[in-house]
Design a protein around this ligand. Structure first.
Ligand code: WT7
Length: 677
């Protein structure tokens, strides 16, 4: 492949002389831009990124990525129609940018440290080894008929082979869709069907917290209803045998070993699909969020460097699963594009004991630790000695993601884990945003960080708060619906095969703006704090769930004419689903058996974590005259705030409120309902 220089011409066009480095300004740490932009302090970079996005992103893309063909135009974006294109005409390969460019410079640098479930058995994989593994896997896929544009489902826990499978797809131009290995066979099947996947990559079993889970059996059940699947590649994570249905099933390691360790990278357009990732919305089926090549990669690499103050030699520890966007952006693509050493954490925070994270920090010398508030809330219940007995002096930056971090968890993380000396960055973003959008910027030395606040927009991000009337709210100390007014390279491009749904979900509430679904507050200083979802999406242990999805699963029960699910606060999980269930007349006497069946339904249709923690059987639901369920009232009942029900005059029959409050009071009296909390 002819690899041309990195768009030097374009750089000359884009970089005026005024950007020459002012004398004496601090250079940002590696991997620095070689251009004049590197010498600008973050504040000036931010200003440039929003006033002149073409120049900012154009020079970043030209210098930070290796192109096969330079791009002709930086962007072509129109938010009202959801048309988003970056680096038009550019050709590149993401796996080359994550592997080959580093193998040329430092082949033996560790790319991955696989922190296996069994403590003390970590496996290190160098950049050279990861490139070879990726190429063998890519050649295996190709020799089984998988080519550019085909979709491949990856149903595996985090492991070097899972990362190699993602990069192998990127190498040959196939589109991966990683499905979190905790999802049920039906949820997996739904995603495979929607994406029309040609292959599935999985393991015989997964190992988590010392427990074995039969992943292959789940895949077998799923692919029964997926005629598009021609092959299931099975990696051997444990020694236990698996039933193989050949020739459909292919033992992955066996198939890889005779393959060449060289695989010429496919040349891809900036806007070819890189991956799909399914996520929940406020209605119906999960949506296949589409991310493309160059813009996504550039955005994850820049955020990884600036938000976490990543420097060469760091051991970056993001403990997320690759089944979520956090794993895609900050376990795999961002760190590898920057040539970092990235940790793959297979275990749980409490296995074999609540010191696991910090023992891992000590053993691997982790410099950045990025995790979810739910795990912190769980860990802070244990004695501090579980943290303190391990040496955490390697830590430099702490990060939090996925849900609002409460003050108690923030302070525990900052003072106990970080000994008060590591900046703690609360990072706000979404599957749709591709990378971090609001975070404190620790690379901006000396800038304050206010506890439990996401703080400042990243380069290129212009947050806008909208009033109920749909007007931008100006000034400080104000709240509103969080929107973003300009496109950025990492944002989603569409919903797979349903562009209209993309436009409806994100660009129609406030025409011309991207609507996040979250509410936010802006302080007098201009700092942002996320206040939570404004739609029917809930967040259980940092996992996003649509209440409508749970309702759809419950409504399949023949004895259940109607349900309404809401989220209620939970001290560790953040939120848990609470289901209000209407049973058919004849079932109302003996609901327990039905409730067990309902739990099973949700678990088999979605995942175990989606099973409502609370079920309340009611005779009817509160509805408006037009038949819409008033969830606001259900939320008030379930959070015991019935003194302040608000306006209930629009209810079809206001007496329903009394009925539900009474049912709830009875429910609270049952001792077994309280103990799980
Ligand atoms: C939703 C996105 C971000 C990657 C993992 C989750 C909530 C995310 C924060 C934060 C408050 C947060 C939002 C957002 N969220 N980060 N720092 N503070 N809320 O990605 O599954 O797409 O969920 O998670 O509600 O919309 P996701």
């Amino acid at each position: 492949m002819a690899v041309r220089s990195r768009g030097t011409k374009l750089l000359q066009t884009f970089l005026p002389r005024c950007l020459a480095p002012p004398p004496g300004r601090r250079h940002l740490s590696s991997p620095a831009w070689s251009s004049q932009l590197a010498s600008l302090p973050p504040r000036d970079l931010y200003r440039l990124s929003v006033t002149d996005p073409d120049q900012f992103w154009g020079s970043a893309a030209a210098e930070r990525l290796r192109w096969v063909e330079p791009f002709q135009r930086v962007r072509d974006c129109e938010l009202s129609s959801g048309r988003i294109s970056w680096f038009l005409g550019g050709k590149l390969n993401v796996s080359v940018n994550c592997l080959d460019v580093h193998v040329e410079k430092h082949p033996d640098r560790v790319a991955l440290i696989w922190e296996r479930d069994e403590p003390g058995t970590e496996v290190k994989v160098s950049y050279r080894q990861l490139l070879e593994m990726t190429c063998r896997l890519a050649n295996t896929l190709k020799s089984h008929g998988i080519h550019k544009g085909d979709r491949v489902a990856i149903y595996m826990p985090v492991s070097p082979l899972a990362v190699a499978a993602m990069l192998a797809c990127a190498r040959i131009g196939a589109v991966h869709t990683v499905v979190f290995a905790g999802f049920s066979s039906e949820a997996l099947a739904g995603r495979i069907q929607d994406a029309q996947c040609k292959a599935v990559v999985t393991c015989n079993q997964s190992v988590r917290g010392g427990r074995l889970i039969d992943l292959k059996a789940t895949v077998d059940a799923a692919v029964k209803s997926c005629p598009s699947v021609q092959h299931v590649f099975v990696s051997q994570r444990t020694d236990n045998p698996t039933v193989m249905d050949r020739p459909r099933d292919v033992q992955l390691e066996e198939a890889m070993s005779p393959q060449s360790s060289i695989c010429p990278p496919e040349t891809l357009d900036s806007e070819d699909l890189l991956f799909l990732l399914y996520t929940s919305g406020s209605t119906g089926q999960p949506k296949g969020i589409v991310h493309t090549q160059a813009g996504y990669l550039l955005y994850t690499a820049l955020t990884h460097q600036f938000v976490f103050d990543y420097r060469e030699g760091d051991v970056f520890g993001c403990v997320a699963d690759i089944g979520w966007i956090t794993g895609h952006s900050y376990v795999v693509y961002g760190p590898l594009c920057n040539g970092a050493t990235t940790v793959l954490f297979e275990s749980t925070p409490v296995y074999p004991d609540p010191g696991r994270y910090w023992e891992t920090v000590q053993r691997l010398g982790i410099t950045q630790f990025y995790g979810a508030p739910t795990a912190l809330r769980l860990l802070l219940k244990y004695d501090e000695s579980w943290v303190k007995k391990y040496d955490r002096s390697s830590l430099r930056t702490l990060g939090s993601v996925g849900e609002p971090i409460n003050h108690e968890a923030w302070h525990w993380f900052h003072s106990v884990v970080g000994e008060g000396r590591c900046p703690l960055v609360d990072t706000w973003w979404q599957t749709e945003t591709g990378g971090i959008c609001i975070a404190p910027h620790p690379a901006d030395e000396g800038a304050p960080i206010i506890p439990a606040m996401a703080m400042r927009p990243f380069f290129g991000i212009q947050p806008v708060l909208m009033s109920e009337e749909g007007e931008p709210v100006q000034g400080g100390d104000v709240g509103g619906a969080l929107c973003i007014s300009q496109a950025w390279p990492g944002m989603a491009r569409t919903i797979y095969r349903d562009h209209q749904r993309f436009v409806d979900a994100y660009f129609s509430a406030y025409p011309g703006y991207y609507f996040t679904g979250d509410g936010a507050y802006r302080s007098a200083e201009g700092y942002y704090q996320i206040t939570g979802r404004m739609d029917d999406v809930i967040n259980v242990s940092g996992h996003r769930l649509g209440t409508a999805e749970i309702e759809d699963a419950l409504d399949e029960h023949p004895s259940v004419p109607e349900t309404a699910v809401i989220g209620v606060p939970h001290h560790i999980k953040g939120e848990v689903p609470f289901a209000f269930v209407v049973l058919k007349e004849e079932q109302q006497e003996e609901p327990d058996a039905i409730l067990t069946e309902l739990r099973n339904l949700v678990s088999t249709k979605i995942a175990k974590y989606a099973v409502p923690q609370h079920f309340l059987v009611v005779k009817r639901l509160p509805k408006t005259r037009s038949g819409k369920i008033m969830r606001r009232i259900l939320r008030k009942v379930a959070t015991e705030m019935t003194d302040d029900l608000g306006d209930i005059s629009t209810l079809d029959d206001p007496s329903v409120v009394k009925e539900i409050v009474h049912a709830y009071e009875q429910y609270r009296k049952q001792p077994h309902q309280r103990k799980e909390e």
